[in-house]
Design a protein around this ligand. Sequence first.
Ligand SMILES: Nc1ncnc2c1ncn2[C@@H]1O[C@H](COP(=O)(O)OP(=O)(O)OP(=O)(O)O)[C@@H](O)[C@H]1O
Length: 497
Amino acid sequence: MLTFEHQFATLPEPLWVACQPTPVAQPSLIAFNDALAVALGMQTRPDDATLAQWFSGNQLPPGAQPRALGYAGHQFGNFVPQLGDGRALLLGEVVDQQGERRDVQLKGSGRTPFSRGGDGRSPLGPVLREYLVSEFMAAVGVPTTRALAAVSTGERVVRQMAEPGAVLTRVASSHIRVGTFQFAAVRRDEDALKALADHVIARHYPEAANADDPYLALLEAVTARQAALVARWMSLGFIHGVMNTDNCSIAGETIDYGPCAFMEQFDPQKVYSSIDQGGRYAFDNQPGIAQWNLARFAETLLPLMRAEGDAVVEQATEVLRGFTARFGAEQRRLHADKLGLAPESDRAVALMEALEIQMHQGRMDMTATFDALTHYAKTLGAQALSADTSAHSQKEALLALTTQPAGLTAWLADWENAQQASQQSERLEAMRRANPVVIPRNHRIQEVIDAAVEGDFAPFHTLLAAVTQPFDESAEARRLAVPATESEQVLRTFCGT
Ligand SMILES: Nc1ncnc2c1ncn2[C@@H]1O[C@H](COP(=O)(O)OP(=O)(O)OP(=O)(O)O)[C@@H](O)[C@H]1O
């Protein structure tokens, strides 16, 4: 059993509202994440029917006290003072086997006081997308919310057309966002704001409590986590798609997988989301947007900070400026890993910039490029040891990915040079782990959703197995790793609300 606690209930009530889920017609379990359930402390697994009842919201798991959390947010730069959990309910918190607190939340469980005009529901497609992508992120070590369960409701939800409905159970270090702070700040409720900040410090950043100014230290800690997070996204070609302040997690986890996508052909200005018409959340804009979101966070904290007047603004600005250096340091480390270079290599950044130009000009698939480069590095290492001759064919495989082989050949010569000093097996291992074979490609997700809408969940389970073993080199993994052909490409993603 999961033992639910309610630390959030100690926060003042404008920040949350008690609310019950709305039962669904015919809950049926699509997926349950047994490994995560065990990590959360579930010792015996209830049967599927019970899990379907619990994780559709039809019956509450023992101890759960559902709450909708309030939050505000800048959406595409425009401030909305009240958003909140319009289709989600926090069941409670559990302490996992590591002693960490985790929120367990239903998403798609019916209307709440924050629903505005919405129906409180979620279509099946976005539930499967979030399940697949968040579990992939966890498998490659990117901080993320997790998927515990997906349940179909037996009801239809009406969007562009009627679609099957589903409920996702999501687990997070917490669901507190920059928007949660904005919600308290816009009400000028300093007590709620302070209670929230103290709660976050106690839960996520206890070391900040001992700083001269705990709230400045909180800003610094959240800035560090966001910088590290966005660097990880960039290293995988991940485009979040809707980096509003209400989707900027205070715990530094990826949250809200609505219109997200992994870039295939490398393009720094790539946008998938149909609602991101101005390209605000394009691939290369993501670090700057994260910093912008953190500035909105800083604004909410100013009244709590110790210094006053210009001094407090200067201090906060200095911390925000630090984002760039933190992001850069993390990115350098990740670049070195992706290229199979020693972490201290000063050539990683220049080589990566040059490779990005090659990938862009040569219309190269980003994931396939790094996968092929990893293979090539391995054969080069083997060649040095045993005169292996497959390096030639690995190089050919890499060159087959580009429309500009001359440019890539020249780049490879520079890279091989830099590589020579770094051929130890642990470097190759780090390179492999920085470069997954399988990612949840957009067209594969779409295939899974199309089959699931017709009642066939087998493709979902196949893809889930592959993306949660993303470094696997099996034939099935290789099949799912193949980039979309031109006709298969998914050019636009949708919020899925
Ligand atoms: N079908 C719906 N019914 C009611 N409210 C909704 C619905 N879809 C979205 N919302 C609300 O609209 C706002 C923005 O939606 P958005 O898609 O960013 O969030 P979400 O995907 O529902 O939630 P999260 O950020 O927790 O993953 C949120 O307040 C959300 O609760």
